[in-house]
Design a binder for this molecule. Structure first.
Ligand code: FES
Ligand code: FES
Length: 180
């Protein structure tokens, strides 16, 4: 008998469990959009180059077009639909809105998911390619526009809203710092 090419799996998404049967080749992106109707996550290039499909997996950003759905079983997945607290927008969402960090909005869910994790990575002291002093004793690098551009460089915006995106990320990061 030929081996089965489908599996039943349970995905934990935005605090809810979803059980579905998928072809083993199904990407997490297609499972989210086509099977679970979570269409906030966007498909741009479908080959890991644009960042439109960025979600959080166990709190780390990941391009869902390069993840197999079967490999995401048991992980905590957060999509843009799970970022707000009810009707209250997350500070990163609010900053994008306040500073016009988008035009058509297609890249925005990925930008916001990426920014959420990026702000945490920076606060935890992770260096980037733009960090001048990467020694641990140098501490958390200043979150300059260069740092934000480098850290968000996996998320492309075809509308070119980069200036406002950088400002929105900086504002959200400041708000998070002040809240600590
Ligand atoms: S759709 Fe996944 S990186 Fe472009
Ligand atoms: S706002 Fe249109 S692609 Fe970024």
């Amino acid at each position: 008998m030929a081996p089965s090419t489908t599996s039943a799996l349970t995905l934990h998404i935005n605090g809810e469990k979803h059980t579905l049967s998928v072809d083993h080749r199904t990407t997490l992106l297609d499972a989210l959009r086509e099977r679970l109707d979570l269409t906030g996550t966007k498909k741009g290039c479908d080959q890991g180059q644009c960042g439109a499909c960025t979600v959080l997996i166990d709190g780390r950003r990941a391009v869902s077009c390069l993840q197999l759905a079967v490999a995401a079983e048991g992980r905590e997945i957060t999509t843009i639909e799970g970022v707000a607290d009810g009707d209250r927008l997350h500070p990163v969402q609010q900053a994008f809105l306040d500073l016009d960090g988008f035009q058509c909005g297609y890249c925005t869910p990925g930008q916001i998911c990426s920014a959420l994790a990026m702000i945490e990575e920076h606060a935890a002291g992770w260096p980037s390619a733009a960090t001048e002093d990467v020694r641990p004793e140098a501490g958390v690098p200043e979150l300059t526009p260069e740092e934000i551009r480098e850290r968000m460089s996996g998320n492309l915006c075809r509308c070119g809203a980069y200036v406002s995106i950088v400002q929105a990320v900086a504002k959200a990061a400041r708000a998070e710092e002040e809240a600590v």
